[in-house]
Design a protein around this ligand. Structure first.
Ligand SMILES: Cc1ncc(COP(=O)(O)O)c(C=O)c1O
Length: 390
């Protein structure tokens, strides 16, 4: 079946305004998603915030059903959180780690996650060990297997790094985690929305994601998946609790919720939560396999065309590559290049060291241009970018 690109673009008002190649930063919301936010805020303005939420309880609840369908999990395993970092933090800081305990991660780990490992290492005496990459640049699963020992208390990786187009073998990592019974936290911030994600197939215990990137939801939204076993059997203890996450039952006692919403805040971005449900429905209506097929085809086309531009080096690694396309260009300062393209209404971003410190340092990279495509990217847009870079 061919992809109905014309419809995808017609339903995205921003397509008439800009050549948006920054979907890994924040995508363009489709019209039904943007309208869901705007209409909700208008209703809050005119009738009151609590009253709007009460009137649309069903839409707020629908967020859990939509996310459960997206990830192949149960709605009680989903928490709405304001962004991917905080979702990830809520799981990470809930895990017991003490002196000598080891966290295993990958070279291309996201900067904020690395900071959190080091933060806990400093506080608790646990340590973080970086699993080397294989010859394709992705986590070396055999090395991971050989590094797990009795002190290993967590395997935690980014599915797709922020500053490169590779897709880490999340399922193979999950098989190692299961083999040794080690908890597995997957940062799926860049993968959810561009490829099919099945938490059962992956075998992760926790998964974090954001709304605004490949899901095309509003900014300020994200979610956490928590395998139910962690609530039912382990009674996992979130780092923060409020009276939505728990109930105060007496002056000396509280009871935590018996679902993943123990990781949520009472107050949140209600318009965003409802609209994220709309965004997930919208993605599912296109179909995740169809989205993935189209994203990878467009990205492959862009990589092939970039390879013909003098001075450009494509820096993406990995056996499987995604919609994030990264490259360097000789003779032009990258922030200046970004500004030059912006003036031609072409949106791209530049990834610098902090977000990808370990991977970039080990590869001798300072900064790369990141042009991230989505299913709605047209061939004309790819050609416009190539011409502008040339
Ligand atoms: C791999 C990865 N993890 C986490 C994040 C953080 O997401 P958020 O800004 O929603 O907290 C990003 C953002 O770029 C990312 O690329």
């Amino acid at each position: 079946m061919t992809f109905d690109l014309a419809r995808a673009r017609a339903e995205t008002r921003g397509c008439a305004e800009v050549t948006h190649l920054n979907h890994a930063g924040a995508s363009l919301m489709p019209a039904p998603v943007a309208d869901a936010v705007i209409d909700w805020l208008r209703e809050e303005e005119l009738t009151g915030g609590y009253e709007t939420a009460n009137r649309h309880r069903g839409r707020l609840e629908h967020f859990y059903d939509a996310t459960a369908k997206l990830l192949n999990c149960h709605r009680d395993e989903v928490a709405f959180v304001e962004n991917a970092t905080r979702a990830w933090d809520m799981a990470f800081y809930a895990l017991d780690l003490g002196p000598g305990d080891r966290i295993l991660t990958a070279e291309c780990e996201y900067g904020s996650n690395m900071i959190a490992y080091l933060h806990r290492a400093k506080r608790t005496g646990c340590r973080v060990d970086i699993v080397p990459s294989d010859k394709h640049g992705q986590i070396d699963v055999a090395a991971l297997d050989s590094m797990v020992d009795s002190h290993t208390k967590l395997i935690s990786i980014s599915h797709i790094p922020t500053g490169g187009g590779l897709v880490n073998p999340a399922e193979a990592v999950g098989a190692v985690a299961r083999k040794y019974g080690v908890p597995y936290l997957l940062d799926a911030c860049q993968s959810v929305g561009q490829m099919p994600i099945d938490v059962e197939a992956i075998g992760c215990d926790f998964l974090s994601a954001t709304g605004r990137k490949y899901l095309r939801g509003p900014r300020g939204t994200g979610f956490l998946y928590v395998r139910y076993r962690w609530i039912e059997e382990m009674d996992i203890d979130p780092p923060l609790l409020d009276q939505h996450a728990a109930t105060l039952v007496s002056e000396s006692e509280y009871a935590m919720r018996d679902d993943a919403r123990r990781f949520e805040n009472w107050e949140c971005y209600f318009a965003g939560k409802a609209a994220l449900g709309t965004a997930i429905d919208y993605a599912l209506a296109w179909g995740m396999p169809a989205i993935w097929k189209r994203v990878t085809a467009v990205a492959d086309d862009l990589r092939a065309k970039l390879a013909t531009v003098p001075g450009v080096t494509v820096t993406d690694q990995g056996l499987a590559k995604c919609g994030i396309v990264t490259f360097t260009k000789k003779g032009e300062d990258l922030p200046a290049l970004r500004q030059r393209l912006l003036e031609q209404k072409i949106n791209i971003s530049v990834s610098t060291g902090s977000g990808s410190r370990v991977g970039f340092d080990r590869r001798g990279l300072d900064a790369v241009v990141r042009a991230s495509v989505h299913y709605l990217t047209s061939e004309e847009e790819v050609d416009r970018l190539i011409a502008a870079i040339r």
